[in-house]
Design a protein around this ligand. Structure first.
Ligand code: BES
Ligand code: MN
Ligand code: ZN
Length: 496
């Protein structure tokens, strides 16, 4: 998908379609009004006949209106006049994009950014259009035969500008980079565990390093991790025939500034290990690497945008399988930090690979560390698929992430990380247990990680709910790429 920005009048737009907003009481957006006047009330007549009520997501495609150069006009319902919600807007853009993709129009001018959404700017709506349109066009095809793409797909979305061409262009460009990062994250999340292995993820990282001169990728194998003392991470991998990898992608856009380190859980299939998961829905545990996928997507997006910041992605990647050599409940392993861990449940493996990756991150002298992980089923019980769970050892960082979530509409919600919960991890036989009982499962998982992040400012994002849709639309969502890119954009803006 590409974009263009135009200052051409509506009557003489050269694109294959103009999309305009109409609202629930039959009101017209400014552009819809203009087209209505140019075409001798053609739009009002369609509304009066009742073909569209303005509800978000409705569309009517009109052809060859008199007085308008573009051969098509698409009316798009955007909800309440002067009060379109973010969800209405996303619904409207999604249907608009899908209809256009099947309509024969390969370019379209979208005037939807002129709708009123309480505090959102035009730039926000332009960027959101690119992100949402990109998501609407994403289709998983890699392992299907005979997929037929539409004959005349939508290739370009245009935005109207006046004296703000550069601002609109910047917004569209950011949206496009985020959309591409989400596509990458979704593709990796959707790939099956027999293809998307730790070595496959390592190759992806190498490819990103080859694509962008600003990104340097290094891969550690099991022997190198052994030498570093990563006994916790390696204990998870021992139960699998696929060798583990520790992937580091370093994006350098700001000289020798201290980096933001993003640590992404890259568990390419989570069977639970000896604490085997029930078979119902176990296929979905291929998405247990979506934390790492969001790190890949974010690094790609910021490299594409050449952002002036240093970001290092660290991805511990392994399978979690039952095997004669697998971790057993009661086993005690020694982490890279030197802390011993009693593995009471081998299915709580995410924290076991993350703790060593977090300790490893210390060597980058990070300003901030954020880990992103499909860590607990409990976060889905607490927050559903709407919000990412957020916990942090620093409230200013938590506030920044909450704000970035609101700004990007890829939202998070904070859970407490009080010391009061730490005692649930007490072990009779080791320094710490890897599970904290059935209460507050997401919090105790974060409490475990907190024991390994005392040396830096850190936040944890539990994306078990938000990275994946179950049911009819089963598949990866690309979240939280928008949140992470927004966080980095805000950071750059705050510093300049
Ligand atoms: N990968 C899972 C968490 C998960 C569950 C992600 C459902 C997505 C959907 C994680 O490794 C896990 O198994 N966590 C356990 C922890 C428990 C054993 C303390 C869980 O949530 O059940
Ligand atoms: Mn597990
Ligand atoms: Zn897992």
């Amino acid at each position: 998908m590409q974009y263009f920005v135009t200052t051409e009048a509506l009557a003489t737009q050269k694109s294959d379609c103009i999309a305009v907003a109409v609202f629930e009481q039959g009101q017209l957006s400014p552009s819809a009004k203009t087209l209505n006047e140019l075409s001798n009330n053609a739009i009002n007549r369609v509304i009066e006949r009742g073909d569209i009520s303005g509800k978000a997501g409705q569309t009517v495609l009109l052809h060859e209106l008199a007085g308008i150069n573009a051969p098509r006009v698409l009316l798009v319902g955007c909800g309440k006049h002067d009060n379109t919600t973010e969800n209405d807007f996303n619904t409207a853009v999604t249907t608009m994009t899908k209809v256009l993709n099947e309509s024969g129009a390969s370019s379209a001018t979208s005037c939807l950014a002129e709708v009123t959404i309480n505090t959102r700017t035009t730039e926000w709506k332009v960027r959101q259009t690119m992100i949402t349109a990109g998501s609407a066009l994403y289709k998983y095809t890699q392992t299907k035969s005979n997929v037929k793409p539409p004959e005349l797909p939508l290739e370009k979305i245009g935005f109207l500008a006046q004296d703000n061409v550069q601002d609109i262009e910047k917004a569209a460009q950011a949206g496009l980079a985020i959309a591409k990062g989400m596509d990458l994250a979704r593709e990796l999340g959707n790939l099956p565990g027999n293809i998307c292995t730790p070595r496959y993820l390592a190759n992806q990282a190498i490819e990103i390093g080859q694509k962008f001169a600003s990104v340097t990728t290094t891969i550690l194998d099991e022997a190198e991790m052994e030498a570093l003392g990563m006994g916790s991470l390696l204990s998870v991998s021992r139960g699998s025939r696929e060798p583990a990898r520790l992937i580091t992608m370093s994006y350098q856009g700001a000289g020798d500034a201290r980096p933001v380190v993003l640590v992404g859980k890259g568990l390419t299939f989570d069977a639970g290990g000896i604490s085997l998961k029930p078979s119902q829905g176990m296929d979905e545990m291929k998405y247990d690497m979506c934390g790492s996928a969001s790190v890949f997507g974010t690094i790609s997006a910021i490299a594409e945008l050449n952002l002036p910041i240093n970001v290092i992605g660290v991805v511990p990647s392994s399978e979690n399988m039952p095997d004669g050599d697998a971790n057993k409940p009661g086993d005690i392993v020694t982490s890279m930090a030197g802390k011993t861990i009693e593995i009471l449940n081998t299915d709580a493996e995410g924290r076991l690979i993350l703790c060593d990756a977090l300790t490893y991150s210390e060597r980058f002298n990070p300003e901030i560390v954020i880990d992103i992980a499909t860590l607990t089923g409990a976060v889905i019980v607490a927050l559903g698929r709407q919000a990412t769970g957020l916990m942090a050892n620093n409230q200013a960082l938590a506030d920044d992430l909450l704000k970035a979530g609101n700004d990007s509409y890829d939202r998070t919600w904070q859970l407490p990380l009080w010391d009061d919960y730490q005692q649930q991890l007490d072990s009779n036989f080791a320094d710490i247990a890897n599970v904290g009982g059935k209460e507050a499962g997401s919090v105790t998982a974060a409490c475990f990680l907190a024991r390994f992040t005392e040396k830096f400012t850190w936040a944890h994002l539990d994306i078990a709910g938000t990275a994946w849709n179950s049911g009819k639309d089963k598949g990866a969502t690309g979240r939280p790429v928008p949140l992470l890119v927004q966080y980095l954009l805000n950071r750059i803006a705050d510093k300049s």
